[in-house]
Design a protein around this ligand. Structure first.
Ligand code: B1M
Length: 209
């Protein structure tokens, strides 16, 4: 049995080098790629998510863990079959127009990836049309939008209106977040979900799909 516990511990510690080495060793021993991801890499990031939510880990440590997980994923990803990939949830993610803040959005993306989801990160300062086009082109299951400014959070409503105009609103679950964004605001603008932090965003998306 591969030492997945050790692999998880190295992910939690943010030890990129050791995670890459261990992943390669375990893959060379013939382990199933999906098992390596779920039992080793994601298991470690799940602990990170819980500790972050509880205030026991902080942003720089979470970023290190996410990088360690990515180092392992880079080895396992090419080994996944088409069947494995088709099963995964596609999330289009971005910060709305006029807003350049991306630290929180990046954390959300990393947490979602750690939950086995395919994340298409469009970046920041995104016009509504660009977001909606990406939802359509990628057949997204979830659209995640981030806003950090009280002046840009209303742009989320605009994007939802464009989704409605384009007849896409019923095909995609809209998740919103960012420091000024509240659950009440999310309900008012017709979003399907709101999360206060990156770990909760992952939990919510897993419930949504
Ligand atoms: Co800006 N900024 N900033 N800033 N900045 C804030 C947001 C501000 C609160 C600071 C303040 O005045 N106290 C204030 C907003 C005030 C308001 O609107 N009420 C502000 C301002 C005014 C501005 C400028 C206008 C300043 C100026 O130029 N005069 C300007 C605007 C630029 C623009 O966007 N057009 C500006 C610029 C910048 C920098 C570029 C310098 C930099 C951003 C760098 C970057 O992101 N690459 C910056 C920063 C760093 C901040 C603060 C200090 C930190 C933000 C951050 O990264 N937090 C911020 C003050 C603060 O929040 N304390 C501030 C850490 C991050 C992990 O948390 O982003 O909240 P957060 O993400 C959390 C949750 O909110 C949630 O999960 C994350 C992780 O748990 N979450 C989601 C986020 N997105 C989510 C999406 C989801 C779900 C959950 O689903 C999809």
């Amino acid at each position: 049995m591969p030492d997945y516990e050790k692999m998880s511990e190295k992910v939690i510690a943010g030890d990129q080098e050791n995670v890459a080495e261990l992943t390669q060793e375990i893959v060379d021993e013939g382990a199933e790629p999906q098992e390596v991801i779920s039992e080793g890499l994601i298991a470690g990031m799940n602990v990170v998510g819980e500790r972050f939510k509880a205030g026991d880990m902080f942003v720089p440590e979470v970023l290190m863990s996410a990088k360690a997980m990515k180092a392992g994923m880079e080895i396992v990803n090419p080994l996944l079959t088409e069947g494995d990939r088709e099963e995964s949830t596609t999330v289009v993610l971005g910060t709305v127009e006029g807003d350049l803040h991306d630290i929180g959005k990046n954390l959300v993306g990393m947490m979602l990836e750690s939950g086995g989801m395919e994340v298409i990160d469009l970046g920041v300062d995104l016009p509504a049309d660009e977001i909606v086009d990406a939802v359509r082109e990628n057949n997204a299951d979830v659209l995640g939008m981030s806003a950090l400014l009280t002046t840009t959070m209303m742009e989320m409503q605009n994007v939802i209106e464009v989704l409605e105009e384009e007849g896409l609103k019923d095909d995609v679950d809209v998740l919103v977040g960012g420091a000024p964004v509240t659950k009440e605001f999310a309900d008012d603008i017709g979003a399907d979900g709101w999360a206060p932090d990156a770990a909760s965003a992952k939990d919510l998306v897993q419930e949504m799909v």
